[in-house]
Design a protein around this ligand. Structure first.
Ligand SMILES: *Cc1c(COP(=O)(O)O)cnc(C)c1O
Length: 398
């Protein structure tokens, strides 16, 4: 009686204790800034292999100036939601920039990718619809999909035969990712577009990790795979990863955008991103488009890391992107490894369930064009040879 009065109806302490016992309790580390592939934490200076700042733009002087000039012109905050007075010329310019860059008819801005994904699914899918999702899609997609009245079917990761068996003609939406956030591999977008077209269903890409990194001018996974964007009805991307700022967009037909302006609740009932942020993103996209050389350097770092890690006996994922999972298996082993690396000045995050499937805990190593070849060599040196008892750890995730 007194116990439940103290803890209330939600059982917070039991949930936390259970997580702790399973070795899965999360906590945060306050950093003192990241720049140039380095991270400052608690007076220490680390090589940073856990950011999504793939092109090293988060600290770029020209983007900071664009942000500052945006603040001078528009102030710090948007002041209102976009349908009231929060939508500015800067927001409109960013939408036009994105549309031109990616070959989209129209674009809409969101405060973050999590809400963009949730807004789209919620606005489109009623109880008469079906939603097909790759099993490894981002939490924002899985979670909203399972809460909606529509029927959701999950297909095995990149398993097009499984998806084809599940599809019903003209019933709903297929969603997958350009580059999978924890595995770094790509979705098979030609096959996805063909299945969507054959079955008369809509197709949506979440390209949070492909945008800026893949394809000519960094146009993303579809451009890299030579897929006509017209065959993908909804494109979503974020500004917090390779773009180096924050926020997100959804693009597609003019009709789709007009529909979302009217029915996407996360858009209509939320204060718009600051106009200055839109100014910073416009500047970043200009740099991203011109960064083919940085992308080529990044490709060289990826190859260098993969060859080195394989020679040391580590299990890697099937990834040719900056996301390089080092498969370990047990959560405790992944944590210990991350701890050991930190002790030697290398910051890498251990990723554990429920973020990834049970038994596939990993180090999620991310490379950036801000790194130098010596930085990758240092990482490999600190990793050292894979211990023998880890060697089979990764095989069930491969
Ligand atoms: C990071 C991420 C998101 C969320 O984007 P935010 O802007 O960080 O909210 C959505 N989808 C994928 C695949 C992501 O990796």
């Amino acid at each position: 009686m007194t116990g439940s009065a103290v803890t209330g109806p939600f059982g917070l302490s039991a949930a936390l204790a259970e997580r702790e016992q399973a070795g899965l309790l999360r906590s945060r580390v306050a950093t003192d800034g990241a720049s140039g592939g380095r991270l400052k934490v608690g007076g220490g200076d680390y090589l940073n292999f856990s950011a999504n700042d793939y092109l090293g733009l988060a600290d770029h002087p020209a983007i900071k100036v664009a942000f500052q000039e945006g603040i001078e012109r528009y102030g710090a905050g948007a002041g209102a939601s976009p349908l009231v007075t929060g939508y500015s010329r800067a927001h409109q310019q960013l939408e036009e920039t994105l549309a031109e860059w990616l070959g989209l008819e129209a674009v809409l801005l969101f405060n973050c990718g999590f809400s963009a994904n949730q807004a789209v699914l919620k606005a489109l899918l009623g109880k008469e619809h079906l939603l097909w999702q790759d099993r490894l899609n981002h939490a924002s997609l899985q979670e909203m999909g399972s809460q909606l009245p529509c029927k959701m079917k999950r297909f095995g990761h990149n398993d097009m035969a499984a998806l084809e068996r599940q599809l019903e003609p003209n019933r709903g939406l297929i969603v997958s990712e350009g580059v999978f956030s924890m595995d770094g591999d790509q979705g098979p977008w030609r096959a996805l577009a063909a299945l969507a077209a054959q079955s008369g269903n809509w197709l949506m890409i979440d390209d949070a990790h492909g945008l800026g990194v893949l394809g000519p001018q960094g146009r993303g996974t579809l451009a890299a795979q030579g897929v006509n964007p017209a065959g993908v009805h909804i494109q979503m991307g974020t500004f917090g990863k390779a773009i180096g700022v924050a926020g997100a967009f959804v693009g597609g037909s003019r009709e789709l955008v007009a529909y979302l302006v009217n029915f996407a609740r996360h858009y209509v009932y939320s204060t718009h991103m600051p106009a200055a942020q839109a100014c910073a993103v416009i500047k970043s996209i200009e740099l991203v488009r011109a960064a083919d050389e940085a992308r080529a350097q990044l490709g060289e770092l990826i190859t260098r890391f993969r060859q080195g890690a394989q020679a040391l006996g580590w299990q890697l994922g099937a990834s040719n992107t900056p996301i390089q999972p080092l498969l370990v298996g047990e959560s405790s082993a992944a944590l210990q490894l991350a701890e050991r690396l930190r002790g030697r000045g290398v910051w890498v995050s251990a990723i554990r369930p429920p973020t990834v499937p049970v038994g596939t805990a990993r180090l999620r190593i991310t490379l950036s064009a801000a790194h130098r070849a010596e930085d990758v060599d240092r990482l490999l040196d600190v990793l050292g040879p894979c211990p023998a008892d880890n060697e089979r750890g990764g095989t069930h995730a491969a």
